[in-house]
Write a protein that binds this ligand. Structure first.
Ligand SMILES: CC(C)(COP(=O)(O)OP(=O)(O)OC[C@H]1O[C@@H](n2cnc3c(N)ncnc32)[C@H](O)[C@@H]1OP(=O)(O)O)[C@@H](O)C(=O)NCCC(=O)NCCS
Length: 168
């Protein structure tokens, strides 16, 4: 099937929530039942928040979002407690924090995930980007590595690896 998607800046919460639930459930990944009301609403208010969407025939089929990570935020502290001081000094604080990436199952394998991740990190002021992803082999891990992300710490916690990418 040809790639007919277009990238859009931001999307309605309802559509983002629907893509998140369908994409994560399809892969047997944990779904936050309060994703829209708590997580997305809180993250939208953070400095540097950016959401990139992919739409096909007017329908959202994928999205990725990020913000500028900072001290005091839950994930910043979670990482800071688990990495070496050298790693923290180089990567943590003022980084771009990539929080979610999701593509509907029926729209996968056509470069939408790669296009979303590429657009999300383009022209950012942050020097580097970080994300957490599952430790087991997955399409997401392959995608990140293909796009130049490196695994900084495999066992960030029981389930998650820490990935980073320099942005300049
Ligand atoms: C991870 C995820 C976003 C990837 O989305 P996607 O749109 O399928 O990503 P891409 O199409 O860019 O890449 C996926 C595959 O398609 C292939 N591909 C990319 N462009 C292609 C194209 N134009 N034509 C054919 N295949 C293509 C890639 O080689 C890749 O193959 P591989 O995984 O076997 O190495 C999607 O699988 C998903 O939503 N998973 C569940 C949620 C999740 O894991 N999120 C990340 C949590 S950290």
């Amino acid at each position: 099937m040809p790639s007919t998607f277009e990238l859009v800046t931001d999307a309605e919460d309802d559509a983002v929530d629907a893509v998140y639930r369908a994409a994560f459930a399809a892969d047997g990944l944990g779904v936050n039942p309060r994703f829209r009301e708590e997580q997305l609403a809180m993250h939208r208010a953070r400095k540097g928040f950016t959401l990139v969407g992919a739409a096909e025939a007017g329908r959202l089929v994928g999205f990725a979002y990020a913000y500028t990570g900072d001290r005091g935020q839950w994930w910043h502290e979670h990482v800071a407690e688990r990495v070496s001081s050298e790693l923290a000094d180089t990567w943590l604080g003022g980084h771009l924090e990539v929080v979610e990436l999701a593509v509907l199952p029926e729209a996968r394998g056509r470069g939408i995930g790669a296009a979303l991740m590429t657009a999300l990190v383009a022209d950012r002021p942050e020097p580097c980007a970080l994300l957490g992803t599952g430790r087991r082999p997955s399409p997401a891990r392959r995608l990140y590595e293909r796009l130049g992300w490196i695994e900084l710490q495999h066992d960030l916690d029981a389930d998650t690896s820490l990935y980073g990418r320099l942005l300049r």
